[in-house]
Design a protein around this ligand. Structure first.
Ligand SMILES: [Zn+2]
Length: 317
């Protein structure tokens, strides 16, 4: 199937359709998938992962506000390239939020930071993420172990964590340590408010986020089993809930222990009173099962439901 100009192949409710997209060329002639303009836009950088055969970038989202990319949530493998294709720059960002430290959520952080070496950012860039445990480093350690001298993997970029005078901007990593059912406002600057809550993703320290900006609220589930009751509280009345469709209905064992099946996503979206639901993190085991996934969600959630693709742009206001 071929799509007409300015549209591209998309799967909606199990049907293959040509969805409108807005591509243009930047100064270099490269294609740019715009999500700017007036108001707030949610752009999906990565709708899949971790499997590369899904031909989708891993987890990554941008929130645009009045033509500027302001908030980056996750930067999994492939999402750094999508970041470039979106036309965003690191210089524009106010904050980076990491849901957890699996490769499919943070694997492209070094690529993003190295790219920004060629920008002209001077202001420090806050990076929030979970605390550590025996298996995972805390976010502060993770950033240090990537970039800090003398032992960081990419210590040749140590100026991003301890710059010489007149050097690059600084990354400012923070560990978000929360009580089990706490909703914590961790960032409140320039009209952007970020609230976090702990979610359960097996033994992996993990966070869900809600970002309020420009009069709208957008919640991100991250990866979670959906069982601790925090996500629906965090996403209460949200204009959009981005939920991860990593397992099909009926999943069992480790898959179910780590992720929420569609019926749980639908129930949470309903309990939150979310205005719309966007499904992402579409793994091979859920691709092609959109119809049954939508049916399971529809048992409890009746609002607009979209299966995301890389670089999709959702105007929120
Ligand atoms: Zn994941």
């Amino acid at each position: 199937m071929r799509c007409p100009p300015f549209t591209r192949l998309s799967v909606k409710l199990g049907l293959i359709v040509c969805a409108a997209c807005s591509w243009s060329a930047d100064a270099s002639g490269a294609a740019v998938a715009h999500c700017g303009g007036t108001g707030v836009g949610l752009q999906v950088l990565g709708s899949g992962g971790p499997e590369l055969q899904g031909q989708r970038a891993s987890s990554g989202y941008l929130l645009w506000w009045n033509d500027r990319a302001r908030v980056l949530v996750d930067i999994g493998g492939g999402a750094a390239l999508r970041f470039g294709q979106s036309g965003a720059s690191v210089t524009e960002l106010d904050v980076i939020l990491l849901t957890h430290l699996h490769v499919d959520h943070v694997g492209d952080l070094p690529a993003l930071i190295k790219s920004s070496f060629f920008e002209d950012r001077r202001e420090s860039l806050p990076v929030y993420g979970p605390p550590g445990n025996g298996e995972f480093p805390a976010t502060t350690s993770f950033v240090r172990e990537l970039f800090a001298a003398p032992h960081g993997a990419f210590r040749y970029l140590s100026e991003f964590v301890a710059p010489p005078k007149g050097g690059s901007y600084l990354l400012q990593p923070h560990d978000v340590v929360l009580k089990p059912h706490e909703l914590h406002l961790l960032f409140d600057r320039q009209g952007i408010r970020v609230t976090a809550a702990t979610v359960i993703h097996g033994d992996v320290p993990a966070l869900a986020y809600r970002i309020d900006l420009g009069g709208v609220g957008i919640a991100f589930s991250g990866d979670t089993d959906g069982n601790n009751g925090n996500l629906q509280r965090l996403a209460q009345g949200a204009d959009a809930l981005v939920a991860h469709n990593a397992v099909p209905e009926g999943a069992r064992g480790v898959e179910r222990a780590l992720h929420m099946p569609p019926s749980v996503i639908g129930r949470i979206a309903h309990e939150a009173g979310a205005r719309r639901l966007i499904l992402s993190h579409r793994m091979l085991r859920t691709l092609g099962r959109e119809e049954e996934t939508a049916t399971a969600i529809r048992a409890s959630f009746s609002g607009p439901l979209t299966f995301a693709n890389d670089l999709d742009c959702f105007p929120i206001k």
